[in-house]
Ligand binder design. Structure first.
Ligand code: 6PG
Length: 253
């Protein structure tokens, strides 16, 4: 059963999420010396990243953290659509992180598959994985869309079934665009996974992912939620509103 952290509203969710991530980062660095953190894209994490860089600025282990991205749009890092740009503006540009600790996807590469392959190597190098073993991230942060996608693993897309790559391109027909995304085997291999979800429009997807039948082609987030170890759902009351289990799990203050 995943851990549910339900907050009253968006502001409280951001605070609870930033607190949870900071606590985990400190604990992992104390235990292992470094913290490999896969960032989510989209818009919801912006407020959390901003709190990490402000409220948690002094306690977060910036020097020991390696930042990765779970997915990226096929755009330059300066593009308003860039997940890197969102994290850079809200957090990384405001704190002292060694540049070698920032492992962005080079999505400016015209050849998206080349960018995906290069990122696979970046991940292996960043985590010092030399063998063919599957890299293990300490913490993966993910969002979900109202359609049940996570990272850039969208319903009925080819990336859902890739098992022999760490990072692939994925054509998303409904967006008429190509994405670059970590694959299910890599994302489910992390030590800890947290979904950050806010808003009533996502309540049906949250309900289906957590309490519905297993239909991963329709709700790709199930591929991670049901297989990853140590999964935490950080929700606001709106996105958790259709869950039967959320009624009991109040957000510890
Ligand atoms: C992306 C993200 C994607 C995101 C969800 C939720 O590249 O867009 O990786 O998976 O997490 O779409 O996005 P919002 O936070 O904007 O609702």
């Amino acid at each position: 059963m995943p851990n549910l952290l339900v907050s009253s509203n968006a502001a409280e969710l951001a605070q609870a999420a930033a607190k949870h991530i900071t606590e985990r980062a400190i604990a992992v660095v104390r235990e292992r010396g470094t913290f490999s953190f896969v960032l989510a894209g989209g818009s919801t994490p912006r407020s959390v990243y901003s709190l990490l860089a402000t409220s948690h600025r002094s306690e977060f282990p910036w020097q020991q953290t390696h930042f990765f991205w779970g997915d990226e749009r096929h755009v330059p890092p300066t593009d308003p659509e860039s997940n890197f740009r969102m994290a850079w503006e809200s957090m990384l540009s405001r704190v002292l992180v060694p540049s070698e600790n920032i492992h962005r996807i080079h999505a400016e590469d015209e050849d998206a598959d080349n960018a995906a392959r290069a990122y696979s190597e970046e991940i292996r190098a960043g985590l010092a994985v030399t063998s063919g073993a599957l890299p293990v991230f300490d913490f993966v942060l993910l969002g979900i869309g109202p359609d049940g996608h996570t990272a850039s693993l969208f319903p009925h897309t080819t990336a859902l079934r890739v098992t022999d790559r760490l990072v692939v391109t994925n054509w998303v027909d409904k967006l008429k665009s190509i994405r670059i995304t970590m694959t299910v085997p890599l994302l489910t291999n992390a030590r800890e996974t947290a979904f950050l979800v806010q808003g009533a429009e996502k309540a049906p997807a949250v309900k289906e992912i957590l309490e519905g039948e297993y239909r991963p082609d329709l709700y790709p987030a199930q591929l991670i939620a049901k297989k990853a170890s140590s999964v935490t759902w950080m929700l606001d009351q709106n996105s958790a509103s259709l869950l039967t289990s959320a009624k009991e799990s109040l957000h510890e203050r």
